[in-house]
Write a protein that binds this ligand. Structure first.
Ligand code: CP
Ligand code: NVA
Length: 310
């Protein structure tokens, strides 16, 4: 086992394929322990600071409950109430919080801010969603696919829609696990080229095939997993109208899904907008595993916390 103690989790691209596999195995073990009612208070007496600059349902609750189940404690720190929201420097906030807590989780629009925070933090910093990445989500997605499809290597995930933070992290987890990932987005909404290039380089280690395309119909061929996300991410709400227009042909509906494998799995990180990026028949239909996926945030994050803190 590789020791991950003290490491930051800003993007999965910073982790080796072995480390990613290890986190997924640990998540599986912790999930099994919880279901069997076995105690697993690996973080007794430890504290997690959770800084939120944006709204959250799943991330907040799963991290907070996860810390409780591990025997530790989590503090919900809204930037509205922290001095950082009134202009206290990131450097000072990071240094000070590091003296109190054992790890810090941050949700903010700015990936740069999380990188800066990590630079000044003496305890592990976990990215709980930035404009660039959502690593905890992608790990939960990987666990869900493993549970439903048996393996990741050689499977094909097709993400349809905005080339956003979630799309970037799916490329990263594919690259690290050997799962093929195709992202189909309209012109102007493709994944970030620099991030795609980094994922592509990482994929050489595992043989994962990564593709970025503008053609959703061609993309879905042979898909084991169909995935989509909101058209206007947090911070882009004012672009709702133009995005809805550009992304309409990229809606995941029955017609598009027919191009995937017969037993395709549908995933969405949530929150979802039925009738926009996905139709109700697909997201609420028999292929959908969205609630398993949301549950797995809990198990995966417990594995992350246990690995980085201990
Ligand atoms: N998927 C996800 O991160 O959900 P929340 O925004 O509710 O945390
Ligand atoms: N892409 C979405 C994910 C929300 C969990 C956003 O950034 O708002």
């Amino acid at each position: 086992k590789t020791k991950l103690t003290g490491k930051h989790l800003l993007t999965l691209l910073d982790f080796t394929p072995t480390e990613v596999a290890q986190l997924l195995e640990e998540a599986k073990a912790l999930k099994a322990a919880l279901k069997k009612g076995e105690p697993h208070t690996l973080l007794a007496g430890k504290s997690l600071g959770m800084i939120f600059e944006n709204a959250s349902t799943r991330t907040r609750v799963s991290f907070e409950v996860g810390m409780t189940q591990l025997g530790g404690h989590a503090l919900f720190l809204s930037s509205r109430d922290l001095q950082i929201g009134r202009g206290e420097p990131v450097k000072d906030t990071a240094n000070v919080l590091s003296r109190y807590v054992d790890a810090i989780m941050i949700r903010t629009n700015s990936h740069k801010k999380v990188v800066e925070f990590a630079k000044h933090s003496s305890v592990p910093v976990i990215n709980a969603l930035t404009d660039a990445f959502h690593p905890c989500q992608a790990l939960a997605d990987a666990l869900t696919i493993m549970e439903h499809k048996g393996t990741l290597a050689g499977k094909k995930l097709v993400y349809i829609g905005d080339g956003n933070n979630v799309a970037h992290s799916l490329l990263a987890v594919g690259a690290k696990t050997g799962m093929d990932v195709t992202v189909a987005s309209p012109k102007g909404y493709e994944v970030d080229q620099a991030i795609f290039a980094k994922a592509q380089e990482a994929a050489m280690q595992t043989g994962a095939k990564l593709v970025s395309t503008n053609d959703p119909e061609a993309a879905v061929a042979d898909a084991d997993v169909l995935y989509t996300d909101v058209w206007a991410s947090m911070g882009y709400e004012q672009e709702q109208t133009s995005r809805a227009e550009a992304l309409a042909p990229y809606q995941v509906n029955h017609k598009l899904a027919k191009g995937a494998k017969d037993d395709y799995l549908f995933l969405h990180c949530l929150p979802a907008h039925r009738g926009e990026e996905v139709t109700a028949d697909v997201i609420d239909g028999s292929h959908s595993a969205i609630y398993d996926q949301a549950e797995n945030r809990l198990h995966v994050q417990k594995a992350i916390l246990a690995a980085l803190i201990r």
